[in-house]
Design a protein around this ligand. Structure first.
Ligand SMILES: Nc1ncnc2c1ncn2[C@@H]1O[C@H](COP(=O)(O)OP(=O)(O)OP(=O)(O)O)[C@@H](O)[C@H]1O
Ligand SMILES: [Mg+2]
Length: 228
């Protein structure tokens, strides 16, 4: 189990709809996410990034091929994969802090500890002053950062973040990427981030590309001292 890939995709495809209206969003993708890997999936709008991310997370089923999670098989998978969704995903009646702590409480973490972990994650994202705000009292970028905090507080082994910097200015984007990579260091978590921004992608060691539903993974030798 330890050291086994977190995700293995074999000839994965996802087609939306049927007949002449069918859209093939992902074509025959083959990829492996190793423990601790840091991957950017770069591609233009509509290239299939979100579709691929949902397949990797096990939130959507491929219409052909297979997605396996050999390195995650023993525990409840949902707790080990943290997904930052591209669109708004906070629960409107809950404060930012409650949005972060609720999944921990559902996981069985005691309320005090869940609250402490939520505050700590919000502090890491420089959001402590907004912890009591409701989602509609946050900017789109602040809400996006709360969604990142919500995932980090759960300490997953695989973080799948769908354009987590899409609503952010350059400095905030850099900060979120630094927090994600620091969390990867601290937790030993693998991180996969989709983006259309090459600058964001450069924060991660491995770059994959999506174009018209096709996943391309350029080979390159590791730099000296790199382990993953
Ligand atoms: N539920 C759906 N039903 C039908 N077609 C869909 C659906 N979701 C996505 N698509 C289509 O699949 C293709 C890939 O969409 P996807 O959302 O994966 O792209 P993306 O790379 O994430 O784009 P963006 O950068 O804009 O978020 C697009 O052509 C899109 O129109
Ligand atoms: Mg998308």
């Amino acid at each position: 189990m330890a050291g086994e890939p977190l995700v293995v995709c074999t000839d994965v495809a996802r087609t939306y709809g049927k007949g002449p209206a069918a859209v093939v969003a992902v074509h025959g993708a083959n990829c492996v996410i190793a423990p601790g890997a840091r991957i950017a999936v770069v591609g233009p709008s509509g290239s299939g990034k979100s579709t691929l991310l949902h397949l990797l997370a096990g939130l959507d089923r491929p219409t052909a091929g297979q997605v396996d999670h050999p390195g995650l098989a023993r525990g409840p998978m949902a707790r080990q994969i943290g997904v930052v969704f591209q669109g708004p995903s906070l629960l409107p009646p809950l404060t930012a802090a409650e949005n972060v702590s609720l999944p921990l409480c559902i996981d069985g973490v005691a309320e005090d500890e869940a609250t402490a972990r939520a505050w700590s994650a919000l502090e890491d994202l420089e959001l402590a002053s907004l912890a009591s705000n409701l989602p509609d009292e946050l900017s789109a970028g602040q809400a996006q950062r709360v969604a990142v905090a919500r995932v980090l507080a759960r300490r997953p082994r695989l973080i799948l973040a769908d354009e987590p910097t899409g609503q952010l200015d350059r400095d905030s984007a850099r900060h979120v990427m630094a927090v994600l990579t620091a969390a990867s260091d601290a937790l030993g978590a693998a991180v996969l981030v989709t983006t259309h921004d090459a600058r964001v992608a450069r924060a991660l060691r491995i770059q994959w590309y999506m174009a018209d539903g096709r996943l391309v993974q350029p080979e390159r030798a590791p730099r000296e001292g790199e382990t993953r």
